[in-house]
Design a protein around this ligand. Structure first.
Ligand code: FES
Length: 176
């Protein structure tokens, strides 16, 4: 995605958040419901949103961060268009799920909980996804990849990148 597109997307997000936050009564007890609302709408808590919430409730920014980081339901990075979820349930853990996680981290050059700068991929560890017979398991978007091996990681990422390039080429061709 072009830098300008990311910027205008960012501005739209900030505007939307400001108007939604303003609809809440200025009461400290609304902090968690407001954070939940933002996370539900944006899938994460952007830093600007934290500032907006603090200003609206007239409380310090660090207090908002303090509450948000206390609950692990809140994310601080936008999920990628292709969120990678690596299962760390018992069956997957026993079959070296952590090595799979590490491989995704290495190939994407981000850590678990982070998103690539182009927002294509994010990585998170998840609890059992219910297909232990296929352990170790990783999901990319909604697609389950079973019997994962470190050697499969690069191929999966490459396939997504090739599909994206193909779609972009077709889009350009369609615009001509
Ligand atoms: S432990 Fe990974 S799918 Fe169940």
């Amino acid at each position: 995605m072009a830098h300008e597109e990311i910027l205008s997307e960012q501005e739209a997000i900030e505007k939307d958040i400001r108007s939604r936050v303003a609809a809440f009564e200025k009461a400290r007890g609304n902090l968690i419901p407001i954070l939940q609302m933002i996370q539900e709408k944006q899938a994460y808590l952007p830093p600007e949103a934290i500032n907006t919430v603090a200003a609206h409730l007239e409380i310090p920014v660090c207090e908002v961060y303090g509450v948000a980081t206390f609950y692990n339901q809140f994310r601080f990075h936008p999920p990628g268009r292709h969120p990678v979820k690596v299962c760390m349930g018992t069956a997957c853990h026993v079959k070296a799920g952590d090595v799979i996680l590490e491989n995704f981290e290495r190939k994407l050059e981000i850590r678990e909980g982070q998103t690539t700068p182009d927002r294509e991929f994010s990585i998170e560890r998840v609890a059992c996804v219910g297909c232990c017979a296929l352990a170790p398991v990783a999901l990319i978007g909604d697609t389950v990849h079973g019997h994962m091996a470190p050697s499969k990681v690069e191929g999966l990422l490459l396939r997504i990148r090739i599909e994206k390039e193909k779609a972009e080429r077709e889009k350009v061709r369609g615009e001509r």
